[in-house]
Write a protein that binds this ligand. Structure first.
Ligand code: 5GP
Length: 189
C-alpha cells in the first residue's frame, strides 16, 4: 500500500517491528525497552480513529481522514493500513534519526516495512498458548465473542509472520521475553 522508497540508509535507525495479538504483551515490552535505553525510541502512529478513554495521551497522532490522506499522498508514511474503517500509519522517521525505532504495528504493516527496508527486524510477540491468550483478553475487558475473533485473527497473523521470517518471542515470563528482545536487537546493531 505504501509507495514510499527505502526509509533507512546507512545512517538511519534500526527499525524493529513488534507485532502480535492483543494481550500478548507487546506494548508492555515496548515501554520497558524504551525506559531502559535512551537510544530506543517508539514510533507514534497516526490514526483516523477517535480517541478512546483508555488511550495514553501520546498513544497516537489523532487526525481526520482527510488529513491522513493528505499526509499519505505526500509520502509521509512508511506503511499504513485500514482496520475497522480507520486508518493507521507509521510516519517516515525524521532524517538523521539513529538508534532503534520501535514500531508497534500489525503484520500487514510489517510486510510493507520489510518491502521498504529489508534490514528491519520483525518480532512476533505471542502468548504461550490460546488458553492463556483467551484468559488475558477476557481479563482486559474483551467479551468472549470478541476474544474468540481475536484468537482467529492471531492464528492468521502467526502464519503470515512465519512466512515473512518474523522471529517469535513467547511472552510466558515478561523479564525473560524482554531480555530475548534486547538480545535480538543487540545482535543487529
Ligand atoms: P487500536 O485501535 O486498538 O489502537 O489498534 C488497532 C490495530 O492497529 C492494532 O492491531 C494495532 O497494532 C494496529 N496499528 C496501530 N498502529 C498502526 C500503524 O501505524 N500501522 C499499522 N499497520 N497498524 C497499526
Amino acid at each position: 500500500m505504501a509507495d514510499t522508497g527505502p526509509v533507512t540508509g546507512e545512517m538511519g535507525p534500526l527499525i524493529v517491528v513488534l507485532s502480535g495479538p492483543g494481550g500478548a504483551g507487546k506494548g508492555t515490552i515496548a515501554r520497558r525497552l524504551v525506559a531502559a535505553d535512551d537510544s530506543i525510541h517508539l514510533s507514534v502512529s497516526w490514526t483516523s480513529r477517535a480517541r478512546r478513554s483508555d488511550d495514553a495521551p501520546d498513544a497516537y497522532v489523532f487526525v481526520d481522514r482527510e488529513a491522513f490522506e493528505a499526509h499519505r499522498a505526500d509520502g509521509g508514511f512508511i506503511e499504513w493500513n485500514e482496520f475497522l474503517d480507520c486508518y493507521y500509519g507509521t510516519p517516515v522517521p525524521e532524517a538523521g534519526d539513529e538508534g532503534v525505532l520501535l514500531l508497534e504495528i500489525d503484520v500487514a504493516g510489517g510486510r510493507q516495512v520489510l518491502d521498504a527496508d529489508p534490514g528491519a527486524l520483525c518480532l512476533f510477540v505471542d502468548a504461550p498458548d490460546d488458553d492463556e491468550l483467551r484468559r488475558r483478553l477476557i481479563e482486559r475487558g474483551d467479551g468472549s465473542d470478541r476474544a474468540e475473533a481475536r484468537l482467529v485473527e492471531a492464528e492468521r497473523e502467526r502464519t503470515e509472520a512465519a512466512e515473512l521470517g518474523y522471529e517469535t518471542i513467547v511472552n510466558d515470563d515478561l523479564n525473560r521475553a524482554i531480555n530475548e528482545v534486547s538480545a535480538l536487537i543487540a545482535s543487529r546493531r
